[in-house]
Design a protein around this ligand. Structure first.
Ligand code: MG
Length: 408
């Protein structure tokens, strides 16, 4: 099943430009002169032009075999230039019409006759989520109907108001939906709607055209944020949204070394390993747990283990290191972040750790209350080199990733 994508970029974005010129001092984010960009679709949104952001989300679908970008004729050359790197897909840039519907018609006429479905999307909706497109395509594959649009439930109370600014009535919002794009229509059905409707070019979306030929398009209600960027405020909000999404992972690195001396118990990863020596330390000297704590604190930007549990504080003398892990775990929980995964390396000449790796993993998983599958432990020797090579030290390193909301 083949899909054609028509990106409606026909609007000239006059409101956006006007607003920008008028209130330029209020938008410090727009440091470059607006004249540097032919339209709002060229503005770098979190580092990438609006139109490219929109396009890239759709290009991840193999079902979409053709893309038609419809732009005002004046900026066609610049758009072609912007899209140079995307020529591998069947991509065409064409001039639009006076209205949105006329622009879509230009795209439709130029579309491949072999495609089954046409997806129409506003180029100025760059936050469209892949899952919404996926659901539309899945719907197309199982339906006998001709059209489906994406929409949101209407939350505000809506009033019908007359020309004298008097409320006539309150509209029942339960029967309302706010139409968005993408909108999906069978290619032949959309062609028919354009041909049968004499006022086709004044329709404001594809669903309206389908309604005009007696169809009732299906509505796919979704909850994702898919705003049309109309004003500079919309642009800045969209930028914040993208920046938040891209900072939804953090990473920390932890490292700790302890001298090994005779007569100390050998704690590592929260378990006690049989050995005639153990790590010297103010606490129990568990170098692996210390590196875990430092990794988590690092990822959170919360300093290091020494700042949290000073080795000059008597309170922590001979303290079990598992207590440090529990305290840091609580701190992590309160922050709303959770552990994505934890990778550990233990450098130790002897004893050999093969038999204890699983036990250490279980112990750390319990302390952090995360799945064991999120933890990996690797054991290395020092290859006989230096003090470590003489079994006089243990060194541990960890990498921790944190994800937002991933509490377990
Ligand atoms: Mg330590």
């Amino acid at each position: 099943m083949k899909f054609s994508l028509i990106l409606a970029a026909g609007g000239s974005g006059q409101r956006f430009e006007k607003s920008l010129k008028k209130k330029k001092q209020r938008y410090p984010g727009f440091s470059r002169s607006s004249s540097a960009y032919p339209s709002k679709l060229f503005y770098p949104l979190a580092g990438k032009p609006v139109l490219i952001r929109t396009l890239e989300t759709f290009l991840t679908f193999s079902e979409i075999t053709e893309v038609l970008v419809v732009v005002p004729k004046e900026i066609r050359a610049q758009m072609t230039h912007l899209l140079q790197g995307y020529a591998s897909k069947k991509l065409k840039v064409m001039g639009g019409g006076k209205t949105r519907a006329e622009s879509v018609w230009n795209g439709l006429k130029a579309s491949d006759r072999a495609v089954d479905w046409v997806l129409v999307h506003d180029a100025a909706r760059p936050l469209i989520e892949r899952d919404v497109i996926r659901r539309l395509i899945a719907w197309a594959k199982r339906t006998k109907q001709n059209s489906c649009i994406t929409a949101k439930r209407v939350v505000p109370t809506i009033k019908e108001v007359n020309s004298k600014n008097k409320i006539v009535r309150t509209v029942d919002r339960r029967v309302l939906a706010e139409a968005e794009t993408p909108q999906l229509v069978r290619r032949t059905a959309l062609m028919r709607a354009y041909r049968q409707n004499k006022q086709a070019f004044s329709a404001t979306d594809e669903a309206m055209l389908m309604e005009s030929i007696g169809e009732n398009p299906e509505v796919l209600i979704h909850e994702t944020w898919n705003p049309k960027i109309t004003t500079p405020e919309d642009f800045l909000m969209a930028e914040k949204m993208i920046q938040n999404q891209s900072s939804c992972m953090r990473m920390g690195f932890g490292s700790d070394t302890h001298r090994l001396v005779a007569g100390r118990k050998f704690y590592l990863g929260g378990i006690c390993i049989p050995a005639p020596f153990g790590p010297l330390g103010h606490s129990d000297g568990d170098a692996l747990l210390h590196a875990v704590v430092d990794g988590i604190l690092g990822a959170m930007g919360s300093g290091d283990i020494g700042e949290w549990f000073s080795d000059r504080d008597k309170k922590y003398k001979n303290m079990k290191s598992s207590k440090f892990v529990l305290d840091v775990r609580d701190h992590l929980r309160q922050s709303g972040w959770g552990i994505g995964n934890l990778d550990c390396v233990v450098h130790l000449e002897e004893p050999k750790l093969g038999a204890y790796k699983t036990k250490m993993k279980t112990s750390i998983a319990r302390l952090l209350q995360i799945a064991e599958s999120k933890i990996n432990i690797k054991a290395k020797t020092f290859e006989g080199l230096g003090e470590g090579g003489k079994a006089e030290a243990v060194k541990c390193e960890t990498i921790v990733t944190l994800v937002q909301g991933g509490a377990s």
